[in-house]
Design a protein around this ligand. Structure first.
Ligand SMILES: NC(=O)C1=CN([C@@H]2O[C@H](COP(=O)(O)OP(=O)(O)OC[C@H]3O[C@@H](n4cnc5c(N)ncnc54)[C@H](OP(=O)(O)O)[C@@H]3O)[C@@H](O)[C@H]2O)[C@@H](O)CC1
Ligand SMILES: Nc1ncnc2c1ncn2[C@@H]1O[C@H](COP(=O)(O)OP(=O)(O)O)[C@@H](O)[C@H]1O
Length: 284
């Protein structure tokens, strides 16, 4: 695979840009009109990722989270967040794969992920569901780090090293978006979001974000944004890239706020999200 075929115009996605996707609910809203996020994340090996993504989605603001992952993770999610619904039902968007390992996934979990991908809703595909990107029937955003993107590209017949991706994240995010026909959010100190002919950069305001579970929190933030903007995505699928960039902006600012110059753990990032959204709503 050589140069990307389409000309992509890249620009920095700003806090003012993000604000447009963080509106408060209106007086006529109810929990269902705000949007429900279905979540299938976590595993026996990584149950904590489920807790982190659900916490982050809840803190980003949406009508409801339906968590439909494995048993142990379900218990941990409910211990942390009794608001979460674990019954099957209708959703407006999905968050899939954080805290899963594609190689260790059971046939049953794979079938559940494929069924969710087949519903035509907007989907965040992370970590251990990235191998199922071909099954997406709605608008899809994938959220790999460089080594996950290398694995995905390998599965699609593109041989590239992690070093090469890290040296040209813009180019590889763009190539992957073209090849897979999805929105790509490639994580790093600078996060690159590519979709069609658009590209957005978001530079993290703190390096403390480089910590275990930080990406699981990002997935939750983005999942909530997809659920609350499902109609906007249906009207204009290019909104996916701007929602992904908004999630990266919120994630970065939440990490910065949680840090205050010191170290953080991933849950601190999620807990700082409401204050960051409040600040963004009132600042511009
Ligand atoms: N609380 C939770 O539940 C959490 C759950 N999480 C979940 O974990 C799952 C796996 O995600 P991941 O990104 O860690 O794994 P992966 O994509 O395979 O890349 C691994 C790369 O890193 C490297 N590597 C490993 N160890 C290294 C070392 N000591 N020093 C240096 N390099 C080292 C390794 O290289 P190698 O060892 O192969 O040489 C490989 O290249 C995923 O589902 C995620 O959601 C996480 O979010 C964390 C919190
Ligand atoms: N050096 C860095 N500076 C700022 N942010 C970083 C840095 N390295 C990684 N990040 C961010 O931290 C998060 C890490 O996500 P990920 O690699 O999926 O980790 P995990 O799987 O442990 O959640 C991503 O949002 C990424 O953009």
């Amino acid at each position: 695979m050589t140069a990307p075929t389409e000309v992509v115009s890249w620009r920095d996605f700003t806090m003012a840009d993000a604000r447009g996707y963080l509106a408060a609910p209106t007086p006529s809203d109810d929990k269902y009109s705000r949007g429900v996020l279905g979540v299938i994340t976590g595993s026996r090996a990584y149950p904590g990722a489920a807790v982190l993504g659900v916490e982050a989605a809840s803190r980003t603001g949406l009508g409801m989270v339906r968590y439909l992952g494995p048993g142990r993770a379900t218990r941990l999610v409910l211990q942390r967040r009794p608001e979460i619904v674990t019954a099957q039902g209708r959703v407006q968007a999905w968050l899939l794969g954080s805290g899963m390992d594609a190689a260790a996934r059971s046939g049953r979990v794979t079938a559940e992920l494929v069924a969710a991908l087949g519903q035509g809703h907007p989907v965040v595909i992370d970590a251990g569901a990235l191998d199922l990107v071909h099954a997406g029937t709605g608008s899809v955003v994938i959220t790999p780090h460089a080594s996950e993107l290398q694995r995905v590209l390998g599965e699609w017949g593109v041989d590239v090293s992690v070093t090469a991706i890290s040296e040209d994240p813009q180019g590889w995010a763009q190539r992957a978006a073209e090849l897979l026909k999805v929105t790509v959010l490639l994580k790093g100190h600078v996060t690159h979001i590519a979709q069609g002919t658009r590209g957005y950069r978001v530079t993290a305001p703190t390096t403390e974000l480089a910590a275990a579970g930080s990406g699981d929190v990002l997935g939750g933030i983005l999942g909530a944004l997809l659920a609350t903007h499902a109609q906007a995505i249906s009207n204009d699928p290019s909104v996916m890239a701007r929602l992904a960039a908004t999630a990266a902006v919120v994630h970065g600012l939440a990490g910065e706020k949680a840090s205050g110059g010191g170290p953080i753990v991933a849950l601190d990032i999620a807990e700082s999200v409401p204050a960051v959204i409040s600040g963004l709503r009132s600042s511009y």
